[in-house]
Design a protein around this ligand. Structure first.
Ligand code: SF4
Ligand code: MG
Length: 359
């Protein structure tokens, strides 16, 4: 598959008085065009920081200190007249750009943000300005990237609101965010995110702040929109039920690193990494219909400032081998065409060199 985004050894650290927090500490993952990848992990594993790093939204004392964010996308123009011209289809394909090296205030980055990669956040209310109407904010977002008159932008805004399932869109255009429910605000945010036809939508726990019914509706909406537009989606969640519903591929993160990536079916039915196995054991059997007690993973996620040496999961791992796992950082091992896992159990040579034999 065509790779839209490749993250190589990304490191985003926070330089605090009390020390350095290695929030993202060597993330490797790829996002294929048109697919949905879900990033999962317990809270504090660096999912959000990783996502914000892609769009260079990290503020001091945080900083990207290493790695590459290779982006191969382009503007699609969000359905402008020019874009509908078939001659333009796939016309120009500029090369890959490393988002990590762009100046955070550069025009190039501003053009990519919104027009090529868009993001929706957990708190829709906090992402909208309380001072302006929905219509103002929506048309402004559209005109930032598309050459449209205010009137055309308003027209497009109305279409977008209807598209994301907002009834009486013209009334909502005149509303202020505080006049809307959380679910409605999230729909508005999704409309804004989609206004310029991004190739990648990053959704960071977009339903966590909403009630259960609204959550399900928003997830359906995102799934439909993804189908329809062919955009890729990076969906960040701690909810494995959501993952089963939306993911093509899953990325599992633990303490700032990716421990496993794979196709959703393979990963759910044949998890390779001990952490993935433990995570899956912690949820009731999918579709069993029973409400089983949640098994929890023993121990707690250490604070990123106290990241254990060797494999960061070793204090909680059922398979941990003393003398090896607490000393050696496990390599990311390729197990298949699009399947990786970061555990010494996949590396027999490494085990043998430490006097441990594979069972
Ligand atoms: Fe467990 Fe060792 Fe594998 Fe880490 S490297 S997941 S501690 S077996
Ligand atoms: Mg988060």
């Amino acid at each position: 598959p065509e790779i839209l985004l490749e993250i190589k050894d990304l490191k985003t650290h926070f330089f605090l008085h009390e020390g350095i927090v290695r929030a993202v500490d060597g993330v490797n993952l790829t996002v294929p065009a048109g697919k949905t990848i879900c990033v999962v992990g317990e809270s504090g594993c660096g999912k959000s920081i990783m996502a914000r790093s892609i769009l260079r939204l990290i503020e001091r004392p945080g900083r990207i200190v290493g790695g590459e964010l290779l982006w191969s996308g382009q503007s699609r123009g969000g359905g402008t007249v020019e874009q509908r011209n078939p001659d333009d289809q796939g016309a120009k394909r500029p090369g890959t750009v490393d988002l990590a090296t762009l100046d955070a205030s550069s025009e190039e980055l501003r053009n990519i943000r919104g027009a090529q990669i868009a993001m929706v956040f957990q708190e829709p209310m906090a992402s909208l300005s309380p001072m302006y109407t929905v219509g103002n904010q929506l048309t402004e977002a559209i005109r930032l990237h598309l050459p449209m008159s205010p009137r055309e932008a308003r027209q497009r805004g109305l279409q977008l609101l209807e598209h994301v399932g907002i009834p009486r869109a013209s009334r909502i255009m005149e509303s202020y965010p505080f006049q809307l429910s959380g679910g409605m605000c999230q729909r508005v945010m999704i409309a804004i995110a989609l206004s310029c036809g991004p190739q990648l939508l990053i959704a960071d726990e977009p339903t966590t702040a909403l009630d259960v019914t609204t959550q399900a509706r928003i997830i359906d909406l995102l799934r439909d929109l993804q189908d329809e537009t062919g955009m890729a989606m990076m969906f960040i969640t701690h909810d494995l039920g959501v993952v089963a519903e939306v993911a093509d591929e899953v990325v599992v993160m633990y303490l700032g690193t990716v421990v496993e990536q794979g196709n959703v079916d393979d990963l759910f039915h044949d998890p390779q990494h001990p952490y993935t196995k433990a995570l899956l054991r912690s949820i009731p059997k999918m579709g069993s219909g029973r409400r089983e007690a949640l098994a929890t993973i023993r121990g707690q996620v250490p604070h990123p400032q106290n990241r254990p040496a060797g494999c960061p999961f070793h204090p909680r791992c059922d398979y941990a081998m003393p003398g090896l796992c607490d000393q050696v950082e496990p390599p990311l091992v390729k197990l298949g065409p699009r399947r990786v896992s970061r555990c010494v159990l996949h590396d027999r040579a490494l085990m043998a060199s430490h006097g441990v034999s594979a069972t």
